[in-house]
Write a protein that binds this ligand. Structure first.
Ligand SMILES: C[S@@+](CC[C@H](N)C(=O)[O-])C[C@H]1O[C@@H](n2cnc3c(N)ncnc32)[C@H](O)[C@@H]1O
Length: 210
C-alpha cells in the first residue's frame, strides 16, 4: 500500500525542523491505517504529504507561542496532529464526534509521544472545555455559517479562529453574513487560509473577516 505514497517533499523538513521524524511516522501511520479506518480516501496516498501533512503544517507559524488551541473536526488528525508535532510549545485539544476517529486520534497521539495533545469526543457545538482557548482551527469541516457560531464561543476575547478554506471562500463569507453579524467577532479575529497547490509547494493566502 505504502508504495503509492508520495515521496517526502522538501517543504516538509523546513516546516517540521527537528521534529521531522515524528511527521514521517505520522504520515507512515496514516498511509498504513488511514484507508482501512476510513480516515483517508484511496486517492490520497500519492498526495498525502503535500495536500494533507504539509498543508496542515503551514498553519504552524501562525500558532501563538504557548497557545491553547482547539482543532475542531480533526478526523484523521488534520491539521491538529501535524500542528502538535511542529509546535510542541502549544497545547492542542482535538475535538471530534466520531468514536472510531477519536480512538485513532488518541492512539496516534500516544504512539507519537505527543504530550501536548488531548482528545475530546464531542460535536463542536456541544463541547465543554475547561477554559476558553486562544485559537481554534478547522479544516474541511463545515461552511463558515456553521463554523463561526460553533467556534466563536470556545475562543477568548483577543483570540483567533484559523480556518483552512478552498477557492469558494468569498461565497462562504457572503453566505455567512448573518452568522458573522451575530458572533462577537469584534473581539476575535477570523483568519481564512486558502490553498493553492503546484507540484510540490502549498502556499497559503490570508483574508480576515469581521
Ligand atoms: C471531511 S472531515 C475533515 C477531517 C480533517 N479536519 C481533515 O482536514 O482531513 C470532517 C470531520 O468533521 C467532523 N465533524 C462533523 N460535524 C462536526 C461537528 N458538528 N463538530 C465537530 N466535528 C464535526 C467529522 O466527524 C469529520 O471527522
Amino acid at each position: 500500500m505504502t508504495e503509492q505514497l508520495e515521496a517526502e517533499p522538501a517543504a516538509a523538513a523546513k516546516l517540521f525542523g527537528d521534529r521531522i521524524e515524528l511527521a514521517r511516522q505520522f504520515t507512515h501511520d496514516l498511509a498504513t491505517y488511514g484507508e482501512e479506518l476510513g480516515l483517508i480516501g484511496p486517492l490520497e496516498l500519492p498526495r498525502l504529504w503535500t495536500r494533507h501533512v504539509v498543508n496542515s503544517a503551514l498553519v504552524a507559524p501562525l500558532i501563538w507561542t504557548g497557545a491553547r488551541v482547539s482543532d475542531v473536526g480533526s478526523g484523521a488528525g488534520l491539521p491538529g496532529l501535524p500542528l502538535a508535532i511542529a509546535r510542541p510549545d502549544a497545547r492542542f485539544i482535538l475535538i471530534e464526534p466520531m468514536e472510531r476517529r477519536v480512538e485513532w486520534l488518541a492512539a496516534e497521539a500516544e504512539r507519537l509521544g505527543l504530550e501536548n495533545v488531548t482528545v475530546q469526543r464531542a460535536r463542536a457545538e456541544d463541547v465543554v472545555l475547561d477554559a476558553q482557548v486562544d485559537q481554534a482551527t478547522a479544516r474541511a469541516v463545515s461552511a463558515l455559517s456553521k463554523l463561526i457560531p460553533w467556534t466563536a464561543p470556545m475562543v477568548r476575547d483577543g483570540g483567533q479562529l484559523l480556518f483552512m478554506k478552498g477557492e469558494r471562500v468569498q461565497a462562504e463569507i457572503d453566505a455567512a453574513a448573518k452568522a458573522i453579524r451575530k458572533a462577537r467577532l469584534s473581539d476575535i479575529e477570523v483568519l481564512l487560509l486558502g490553498e493553492e497547490y503546484d507540484t510540490e509547494v502549498t502556499r497559503v493566502f490570508r483574508a480576515t473577516v469581521g
